[in-house]
Design a protein around this ligand. Structure first.
Ligand code: ADP
Ligand code: MG
Length: 295
């Protein structure tokens, strides 16, 4: 009996410890890029949904931008189409862009809305096409190669998002955009998340991924960088320490900071409740990317 009471008091203490953070972040926009394993594993999916619900219930304004690379690849496989990537970006012909839109907007976005609604959170699934939110043009890669219908975001119109947030909805955004001619573009979800976070002047931009954070050696989790300055990031991009899908992610971290997002994090989506740990604990988790070097 006594023991049980102590446990209950312990729970109350955990809540009390969160008060300063709840105060500090009340009303703040937090953009979460949701992708990788955290989106596939059912248990982790539930933990991410609970974290988003918790943020919303205590007064933050979460905005979800989701990926879906693995699901797009698996539907393309079933259709007998091979997936090709150049430096972490998918080569996208017209058919691939259509499949990507089906998977992202039709399947993944709506499933996330279902999950959030099931825990009492009003949410709305939209893509960059709705309200012409993400106006795109063709993105050439760093080496000037044409990747097809891979969109580069030219403008973000936040009117629809502002309306949703003002009315207490959690927006769930599929990274699909459109150009002036009405062509559909697949956008790397990392780019969509940083462009949206910048346009909303978000407090935080969080990338959930399938590794511990940004690593000095991508195959050795013990080499996690707790903080990474712009200068270090640029040198790790240049010397190949940061590879593949981590390349656009790190570029997006820097881009978010440039656009005025207060703090940018790469977190391990395989860790349950990693978002809550980041927001409501002093130490934080994963890698924080900063403008200046921190000691
Ligand atoms: P997401 O679905 O989160 O966008 P990606 O596969 O696009 O996942 O990007 C994450 C991957 O980037 C990791 O699984 C890892 O293999 C790779 N990667 C390359 N270089 C690094 C690095 N220096 N630190 C961490 N991950 C890296
Ligand atoms: Mg990626």
């Amino acid at each position: 009996m006594q023991y049980k009471l102590e446990t209950e008091i312990g729970k109350a203490e955990v809540l009390i410890e969160a008060i300063p953070y709840i105060r500090r972040f009340a009303g703040s926009i937090v953009v979460v890029k949701y992708g990788g394993s955290a989106m596939i594993d059912e248990k982790l999916k539930k933990s991410v949904i609970q974290d988003i619900a918790m943020m919303k219930y205590i007064g933050l304004k979460p905005v979800v931008v989701h990926g879906g690379g693995k699901e797009i690849t698996s539907l393309l496989d079933r259709l007998g189409k091979k997936s090709e990537f150049l430096d972490g970006l998918r080569v996208t012909d017209e058919e691939t862009a259509k499949v990507a839109e089906m998977v992202l907007s039709g399947s993944i976005g709506k499933a996330l809305v279902d999950e959030l609604e099931s825990v009492g959170i009003s949410s709305v699934g939209i893509s960059g096409k709705d309200g012409r939110m993400l106006l795109c043009s063709k993105k050439l890669d760093e080496k000037g190669r044409d990747l097809g219908f891979v969109g580069q975001i030219d403008t973000v119109d936040t009117s629809l998002l502002d309306t949703l947030l003002a009315n207490n909805f959690v927006p769930v955004i599929s990274p699909v955009g459109v150009d002036m001619q009405g062509n559909t573009y697949n956008i790397n979800a990392d780019y969509a998340a940083s462009a949206i976070a910048g346009s909303l002047s978000a407090q935080k931009l969080i990338f959930l991924t399938d590794v511990e954070g940004i690593l000095r050696d991508k195959d050795d989790p013990s080499t996690i960088l707790r903080t990474l300055s712009r200068e270090q990031a640029l040198s790790f991009l240049a010397d190949g320490t940061i590879k593949g899908g981590m390349i656009p992610k790190v570029q997006c971290c820097l881009d978010g900071l440039d656009k005025g997002v207060q703090s940018v994090h790469v977190l391990d989506g395989r860790l349950p409740h990693t978002i809550l740990l980041e927001i409501f604990t002093a130490k934080g988790v994963g890698t924080m990317v900063t403008k200046e070097e921190r000691t």
